[in-house]
Design a protein around this ligand. Structure first.
Ligand code: TYC
Length: 101
């Protein structure tokens, strides 16, 4: 007597989770020299003089400016390193991170 065997199909999940991204944000202050902010942006975020100057001026005028977007670890590391560069030079320069919507 023939019998049938049912083999369950395994379904492949095609969905690829994208890592959540975090913004690095530059905050304005009244003490850090403009040129120092530009130097830090160029060094830590590999920006050109032009890009760095635009970001610095935006933070200076509006209070904050998004510098770039990274995965959480990289955003936090870069924000900390850039903030520490200011601290080491005696400036209150601040970079923070914030999750992207
Ligand atoms: N506001 C500072 C000044 O006038 C310059 C500055 C710009 C500082 C942007 C921080 O994120 C900043 N010297």
């Amino acid at each position: 007597m023939p019998s049938t065997v049912t083999i369950p199909r395994t379904s492949t999940r095609l969905k690829t989770e994208r890592p959540k991204l975090f913004k690095v944000i530059l905050l304005n202050d009244d003490f850090t020299p403009r040129e120092f902010v530009v130097t830090v942006l160029k060094a830590e975020f590999r920006m050109s003089e032009d890009q760095a100057h635009r970001v610095m001026i935006t933070a200076h005028r509006r209070g904050v400016c998004v510098v770039a977007v990274f995965t959480k670890d990289i955003a936090e590391t870069k924000a900390t390193r850039a903030t520490d560069a200011g601290k080491a030079a005696g400036y209150p320069l601040m970079f923070t991170t914030e999750p992207e919507e």
